[in-house]
Design a protein around this ligand. Structure first.
Ligand code: HEM
Length: 243
């Protein structure tokens, strides 16, 4: 226990926690974007959109060994804990940085890193706001945006993204998320000590490609629904999902 508290209170320990939780969240985003792209793969023969089937699969995965929704709740708890820890340690690190900053004449390199830290704080806060908005929107259906029916993912997405303001809000947030991820992935390599002058070019390339993949993958969804490129949802019997 003592070792854990020592690690947690040290700067390097906090950076490590920020990196590991960031990696978990990054992994979630890769899975989420892949799941979202199922809106483009059509429906089953019985007319159930593949994206709805996938959402249903996530709710029942682990059955019969685990009760329905158990695996999903475990994932949700890990995600929530990661978001909370990520925010707590980065805010603590930012305060430590401010305290350690020499007062007076500061060279421009220092102000560049301060600007990057400020940007990460600003973009991180916007992403935190977005997550609350997004859960109220698509998971709970608690916002007055389009129609909402639990489990009818394609229909919910179709209905919400008919509103260009909502679609553009999602696209703008995805842009901000992209810059946050790029900087975050790069810092992660440094914290985990993977960076090295021989590899840095490829690592930067990896950070850029992974970020662009995520931003473009996410943004394609609101953009294609908003521009009328996607077929209207077709009603199907929800019992088709209850196997
Ligand atoms: C255009 C971008 C996005 C779209 C269209 C989208 C769509 C959705 C939809 C439809 C759901 C509900 C799925 C269901 O009912 O099972 C959902 C859930 C969720 N999304 Fe997104 N999402 C987007 C981006 C993001 C981003 C960037 C994040 C995180 C920063 C995120 C985090 C979540 C979370 C945490 C859930 C709840 C998962 C659960 O606990 O069931 N989403 N998203």
């Amino acid at each position: 226990m003592n070792r854990i508290t020592t690690l947690y209170s040290s700067t390097i320990g906090k950076k490590f926690i920020a990196a590991v939780t960031g990696l978990i969240l990054f992994g979630f985003l890769v899975g989420h974007v892949a799941g979202n792209l199922k809106v483009f793969t059509g429906s089953t023969e019985a007319g159930v959109p593949h994206v709805d089937e996938y959402g249903h699969f996530l709710r029942i995965v682990g059955e019969p060994f685990l009760p329905k929704m158990a695996a999903l709740w475990i994932a949700r708890i890990v995600l929530l804990a990661s978001v909370a820890l990520h925010i707590v340690v980065v805010v603590q690190l930012a305060f430590r940085n401010l305290e350690a900053r020499p007062v007076g004449y500061v060279r421009s390199k220092k102000s560049a890193s301060t600007l990057a830290a400020l940007w990460m704080m600003f973009s991180g806060s916007l992403i935190a706001f977005f997550i609350v908005f997004h859960l109220l929107h698509f998971t709970l259906g608690a916002l007055p945006i389009g129609e909402f029916q639990h489990g009818a993912i394609y229909k919910n997405i179709y209905s919400s993204f008919q509103n260009p303001l909502i679609s553009l809000f999602y696209v703008v947030v995805m842009g901000v998320l992209g810059f946050h991820l790029y900087h975050g992935v790069w810092s992660l390599f440094q914290t985990l000590g993977i960076d090295n002058p021989d590899r840095n070019k490829s690592l930067r390339m990896f950070a850029i490609i992974a970020t662009i993949g995520i931003v473009v993958g996410f943004s394609l969804v609101p953009l294609s629904f908003m521009t009328g490129m996607m077929p209207e949802p077709i009603a199907y019997d929800p019992a088709l999902l209850s196997h």
